[in-house]
Design a protein. Structure first.
Length: 693
């Protein structure tokens, strides 16, 4: 047996020895668990009883709990959206906490906020219970992270620092407080548990590791089966677990703190291949399912290619790193301006900063722990790789994407600080107070951010304020102001026309700036934006401006998407396709808006009868065009209104025969309204007003 691994073990043990009362506290499992519990509670303290969010929560519940057990247990085509372990965890919530469909939902404190979402056609646990379980899984993930870092030689203080910072960090709110992101906390729980299982048999603080071979021999038979089991559970919780596979591979090669892997021995490489075979196969299967499950969500990478996505990631990754250590400007949505070439200064500035941070950190780390710094560097980048936008979805940057990667960055920088203090012992008295103050600040910011997760509208309006160039922040905010517009118009106890008008103006202004957002084509096409803007004109008293806003119909600058393929089978356009083309219903809406505008002109008394006549006929033609694109009964009624107006103008011109024919056509159109349609009573009432022969 060689002495080098034993010496490495002794160095690691020496680094982990307790030297103060604080070290003794941080080395106790019960004390550390309590600190992690407090950190988790701070993230949830303000939002634990918040209603379901308007983003994904009800869809996730329906597709997890509103399906038979065979669908929950089987490999579904949409497994990327509803992975089996995450789906079963929601079933466990229902088993533990019961059905809350009939419970009164928690009402928001501000009545202007949108009302709570309450599913009624399937069983659902109370929202507070699902957040409680999210918090429990997050807490256990932080605990496994702490255990793992201690076992691989990070040291008592650094292991506690990384685990507490990760658990209390405000960026974790998106994963912990958002019910739909259960999959994120589960992949952290099982992923970090896999890392902990990998480190089985390595010493913590009991005795120096003098015989590294015997230190791991007793647990060797169950270590890798347990690693594989936990990793399989992580992969079946969320596809992003593939980012932890390189970490497991690096652990085998670096092998902290035992250093038993010999690059020149074939037997070491054989063991490496055998151990990594099943986790690699799980990764391949997960990525294959993800490409199927997320097919409709895929969009063009930032800038349009994998190369521009890589360049843009220099900006995104640097913002992640800045937000980890200075999380003062977090947002539920982020605006990202793609970098289109190497001529973009951000590529060089942020790329240099990223390389400098990791290179200097590795160099500054204590010599015997530089392998851990290299491991942390690989951890950060590999965990971010699944969300690096090479294969892109519409959300190019989100806090939840750095959830698994943050421990690697914290570990690298923490090791650099330790190395700096070793070289400059005079800094030692300042290290722990500074680390403690930073942790306290992180915890306070996490507690503060928890308040934003009390309601979806708070998250949206905060994101709009911080990231006005985010297309999705603007689109989400339109729903907020739409609700406010209707609230101020219909609140029977306190209607407020002034506030209603202000809400309409804010609503319209969101679409005004939307076309300039760099990520707009990932969410919506320009023609749909024009149609939505035109739809707001009546509220602003500008319905006659609709034609100028909408432009030519059908538009010649945007294609209409087809719902059928070459074989005539129904298809669903992807999100990326929708960013560059519009749906038939959008064109129907445009025709409806123009028809309503022309009907208004046809009723104007200050226009000559010829112009009113032309406007009424055009309204009828536009309503008929809309009706051919949509089966909405409202369009049938609109068509009939236009025909009746034409008939009235014929009557005004003393053309009884043409008026009679037009009235008959209007009656025929009204007769096509289905009896079960909510527009049926209106259609019957309109028929009763048509003059009899």
């Amino acid at each position: 047996m060689t002495t080098e691994p034993a010496q490495a073990g002794e160095r690691t043990y020496s680094a982990m020895q307790t030297t103060s009362a604080l070290d003794k506290i941080l080395d106790r499992r019960s004390a550390m668990f309590g600190l992690l519990l407090v950190a988790t509670a701070l993230l949830l303290h303000a939002c634990w009883n918040a209603p379901l969010y308007y983003f994904d929560d009800t869809d996730i519940m329906k597709n997890s709990l509103g399906v038979p057990w065979s669908a929950r247990l089987g490999l579904r085509p949409d497994i990327a959206h509803y992975p089996p372990v995450t789906t079963l965890s929601r079933a466990l919530d229902l088993l533990l906490f019961g059905d809350a469909r009939n419970d009164p939902p928690a009402q928001p404190r501000d009545p202007v906020l949108r009302p709570p979402l309450v599913p009624r056609d399937y069983a659902v646990p109370p929202p507070w219970s699902m957040r409680l379980m999210n918090g429990l899984y997050h807490l256990l993930a932080g605990y496994f992270l702490w255990l793992f870092l201690r076992r691989i030689g990070a040291g008592t203080g650094l292991a506690a620092f990384v685990a507490l910072a990760w658990t209390a960090h405000p960026m974790a709110c998106e994963s912990v407080c958002w019910i739909a992101e259960r999959k994120n906390v589960l992949v952290a729980l099982f992923g970090f548990a896999a890392l902990w299982a990998w480190a089985a048999g390595r010493g913590e603080t009991a005795e120096p590791i003098r015989d590294p071979q015997s230190a791991i021999r007793n647990s060797h038979w169950w270590r890798w089966p347990l690693v594989t089991l936990f990793y399989a559970l992580a992969v079946m919780s969320k596809t992003s677990a593939v980012g932890l596979l390189p970490v497991l591979a690096a652990l085998e090669l670096i092998d902290p703190p035992l250093h038993r892997f010999n690059l020149r021995q074939p037997v070491c490489w054989f063991r490496f291949v055998v151990r990594m075979a099943l986790p690699a196969a799980l990764c391949f299967a997960a990525m294959s399912f993800a490409m199927v499950g997320f097919e409709t969500e895929l969009v063009s990478p930032p800038g349009g290619s994998a190369w521009t996505a890589f360049l843009t990631d220099t900006d995104i990754f640097w913002r992640y790193m800045k937000n980890v250590f200075a999380p003062f400007d977090l947002s539920f949505f982020y605006g990202v301006v793609p970098a289109l070439s190497l001529a973009d200064a951000r590529v060089w500035i942020y790329g240099t900063l990223i390389i400098a941070v990791f290179a200097v950190s590795i160099w500054s780390a204590p010599r015997d722990r530089r392998p851990l710094a290299i491991l942390g560097t690989l951890w950060f980048f590999s965990a971010l790789l699944p969300n690096a936008n090479i294969v892109a979805i519409a959300y190019w940057m989100q806090d939840r994407y750095v959830y698994l990667a943050a421990p690697g960055l914290l570990l690298v920088v923490g090791l650099a600080v330790q190395g700096l203090v070793e070289r400059r012992p005079k800094l030692t008295p300042f290290l722990r107070p500074a680390a403690g103050l930073w942790l306290a600040g992180i915890a306070l910011l996490g507690a503060q951010r928890s308040h934003l997760f009390e309601h979806t509208d708070y998250l949206i309006l905060d994101a709009l304020r911080r990231q006005p160039d985010s297309a999705f922040a603007r689109l989400a905010a339109t729903r907020v102001f739409e609700h406010r517009f209707r609230y101020y118009a219909t609140d029977g106890t306190r209607p407020d026309p002034e506030l209603q008008q202000q809400a309409a103006e804010d609503w319209f202004s969101l679409y005004e700036g939307l076309e300039n957002c760099p990520d707009v084509r990932s969410h919506i096409d320009p023609f749909t934006i024009r149609v939505r803007k035109a739809g707001l004109l009546p509220a602003l008293g500008r319905l006659r401006d609709a034609r100028a806003v909408i432009g030519r119909l059908p538009p010649d600058d945007v294609p209409m998407l087809s719902f059928v393929d070459d074989r005539g089978q129904s298809i669903q356009p992807t999100r990326g396709q929708r960013g560059f083309g519009y749906l038939p219903l959008t064109l129907a809406t445009a025709y409806r808006i123009l028809a309503e505008s022309d009907l208004e002109r046809a009723a104007a008394k200050d226009l000559a009868i010829e112009k009113r006549f032309a406007a009424a006929k055009q309204a009828a033609a536009e309503a008929d065009a809309a009706q051919k694109l949509s089966r909405d009964s409202a369009l049938i009624v609109l068509n009939a209104r236009a025909l009746i107006r034409v008939a009235e103008l014929y009557t005004e011109q003393k053309d009884a025969e043409s008026a009679r024919k037009t009235y008959d056509e209007a009656a025929r159109v009204l007769g096509t309204v289905p009896a079960k349609s909510p527009w049926s009573p209106i259609a019957k009432n309109m028929q009763s007003t048509i003059p009899q022969k």
